[in-house]
Design a protein around this ligand. Structure first.
Ligand SMILES: *Cc1c(COP(=O)(O)O)cnc(C)c1O
Length: 225
């Protein structure tokens, strides 16, 4: 199973570089974040050993259990929170994660800022944009600049860019248009990271300018529920 993860990571890197070349972007210019929700800690360790630099988790309790597994702390892998933020979990988020990608509203930003300040850290964050009618969470793109301004006013947060989840549809044109909207919002918000693209739609995301794709099943296999 661990060999399978290393093999899938190598294959994905090669496919990603092929896609980048095909759209005139430099190979290696998009980071792969492994989404390890509902995957065992041993899979994260295998991916870290294979050279994966970033992982993402959606649930605080699950992450807390897995991150304390021996070996993971020493791996130096960067941990991203990509789930819905509950303000009463802000302190745990700051303790567990290096980056929070899912800031989608003012009260979430305020709670994280307060928790980061009392922990004495500056927390890198992304604004989660809602680019799809099927998504429950995310900031409406037309409110992105106001939220960005608010986040930039919080000294314990560092705004690094935008994250979004593409629509869960088969129409490739609809997916492309949604990612183009995310890219437009990213251009307005600023920062270095545009986190768009998952197992089923990363090619469209790369074409739209993604700098980080979030890959779960294509890297770790089916999730155990
Ligand atoms: C689960 C999840 C992913 C990964 O999805 P796959 O389709 O398994 O690649 C990416 N981003 C977010 C926010 C997720 O919740």
């Amino acid at each position: 199973m661990e060999d399978a993860i290393a093999d899938r990571l190598a294959a994905l890197r090669a496919e990603l570089d092929g896609e980048l070349r095909a759209c005139g972007r430099p190979a290696g210019s998009v980071a792969i974040l492994g989404v390890s929700k509902k995957q065992p800690a041993s899979s994260i360790a295998a991916a870290a050993l294979a050279g994966l630099g970033d992982i993402g988790e959606n649930y605080v309790q699950e992450a807390a259990e897995k991150f304390s597994a021996p070996g993971l702390a020493a791996s130096g892998i960067r941990k991203h929170f990509i789930g819905h933020i509950q303000t009463n979990k802000a302190k745990a988020l700051v303790q567990l994660f290096d980056v929070v990608q899912s800031v989608d509203r003012a009260d979430a930003a305020a709670a994280l800022g307060k928790a980061a300040a009392s922990a004495g850290v500056v927390l890198p964050v992304l604004l989660q944009m809602n680019i799809s009618p099927s998504e429950r969470f995310g900031c409406p793109p037309e409110q992105a600049e106001a939220l960005a301004e608010m986040v930039r006013g919080i000294p314990a947060l560092r705004l690094d860019g935008v994250m979004a989840i593409g629509p869960d549809v088969s129409d490739r044109g609809e997916i492309r248009r949604a990612f183009e909207l995310a890219a437009k919002t990213f251009a307005a918000v600023g920062g270095s990271t545009l986190s768009i693209g998952m197992s089923g739609d990363w090619r469209e995301a790369v074409r739209a300018g993604s700098t980080m794709i979030r890959i779960g099943t294509a890297l770790f296999g089916e999730r155990r529920v």
